[in-house]
Design a protein around this ligand. Structure first.
Ligand code: ATP
Length: 134
């Protein structure tokens, strides 16, 4: 079994899609290990997105992820990292496959509803940032 860090970004909360998105992870069979509504600071966004802070797309991404409450979660299950990324779909909601969260519910490259750790190593780092007690 494996754990991964998932964010339901501020657009998910703002659009009232928390239930829809969470139910997909639950229906798949993943277990909730931690779940918390939080509004993060720019410094916290920079820590989470350390690998992206120098990219052109980062300043608007930082504004977006700090724009309101988001849900941070740890999900657990067999191959949870890969399973969550498959459920999330491609980064750009306009290109993500129907049936995925982004493919069904997002029309944006930035406001794409969810984040999932991209490897077990990233998951360990991100869980340490968001839920240091785990
Ligand atoms: P995440 O890391 O959020 O699960 P991802 O791995 O599919 O998504 P990354 O390439 O790690 O995508 O980018 C992180 C986030 O930055 C994306 O989820 C998206 O919100 C934003 N982003 C990435 N590329 C762009 C872009 N070209 N324009 C605007 N926003 C972008």
């Amino acid at each position: 079994t494996q754990r991964t860090l998932v964010l339901l970004k501020p657009d998910t909360v703002r659009r009232g899609l928390v239930g829809n998105v969470l139910s997909r992870f639950e229906a798949k069979g993943l277990s909730l290990v931690a779940l918390e509504l939080r509004t993060i600071t720019a410094a916290q966004a920079d820590e989470h997105y350390a690998e992206h802070v120098d990219r052109d797309f980062y300043p608007p991404l930082r504004d977006f992820v700090t724009s309101g409450p988001l849900l941070a979660a740890v999900l657990e299950g067999d191959e949870a990292v890969e399973v969550v990324r498959a459920l999330n779909g491609a980064t750009d909601g306009r290109k993500a496959a129907p049936g995925t969260i982004r493919g069904d519910l997002s029309l944006s490259n930035r406001e794409n509803l969810v984040h999932g750790s991209d490897s077990p190593e990233s998951a360990a780092r991100e869980i340490g940032i968001w839920f240091p007690g785990l």
